[in-house]
Design a protein. Structure first.
Length: 236
């Protein structure tokens, strides 16, 4: 019988510069958004970092990490930045995953005190070996597991370079005020069900009229939702 490949989502807690940095940043998250390059004893990649406050504090936290060699900010907004980062390879669990024959799919994400990543396993045997390897040294949780079949779309939780560039282009077309209102609404739970805030509260906290805040959100959704719909269709 042919081995059945799988796509799994893992969450883990282990000592690493990503988790330690996020724990010291208000509403912090860090995501690896490029493949890792290796050379001269370091793993190098591009990371997107985000904070509920100024992102400068997050950059300082990364620079103080013992396993981090270099942090260079390449793009920055008030609470988000793209950074070029060099670190010791053994500080990243995805390096351990790769050694088992399974394939970690970027971007990995660190949020809420733990890492998560989608992982391709060639078969159940490799998945069992991976889990056995990790659970002996780390706190690991298998969040989801899906068998893959030929002809299926892209792996869930994985954005290719094309989609990443499309998303970056889309974000650039949003005005600073649109981005501010949209980000604030998302953080405060406006898009949750049930909503944790309303348009009046959003407008009041941002110094806008409710009609103006509502118009900003409508324009953002008109630009974003077609991209999201197409992306979701490709992931099915």
């Amino acid at each position: 019988m042919e081995p059945k490949p799988l796509l799994v989502e893992l969450q883990w807690v282990h000592p690493c510069f990503c988790i330690d940095s996020v724990e010291h940043v208000h509403e912090g998250r860090i995501s690896l958004v490029s493949p890792l390059a290796h050379g001269k004893g370091f793993a190098t990649g591009l990371y997107e970092i985000e904070s509920g406050e100024s992102v400068d504090g997050f950059v300082r936290e990364l620079k103080r990490q013992e396993r981090v060699k270099q942090v260079v900010v390449t793009e920055k907004a008030e609470n988000k930045a793209l950074v070029y980062l060099r670190s010791k390879p053994d500080s990243l669990l995805i390096e351990t995953i790769a050694k088992t024959g399974c394939v970690p799919l970027e971007p990995s994400l660190t949020k809420g005190g733990m890492d998560s990543c989608a992982v391709y396993a060639p078969s159940e045997q490799e998945l069992r070996e991976l889990y056995s390897t990790l659970k002996d040294n780390y706190e690991v949780k298998l969040v989801s597991k899906k068998y893959l079949r030929p002809g299926e779309g892209k792996a869930a939780a994985y954005l290719g370079l094309k989609e990443l560039l499309q998303l970056k282009s889309l974000t650039a077309r949003l005005s600073p005020r649109q981005m501010e209102v949209f980000s604030y609404a998302a953080r405060k739970g406006y898009f949750e069900n049930p909503k944790r805030t309303d348009i009046g509260e959003i407008a009041g906290n941002l110094g806008l009229k409710p009609a103006t805040a509502s118009e900003h959100l409508r324009k953002v959704q008109a630009k974003v939702m077609p991209f999201v719909a197409e992306l979701m269709q490709n992931l099915r």
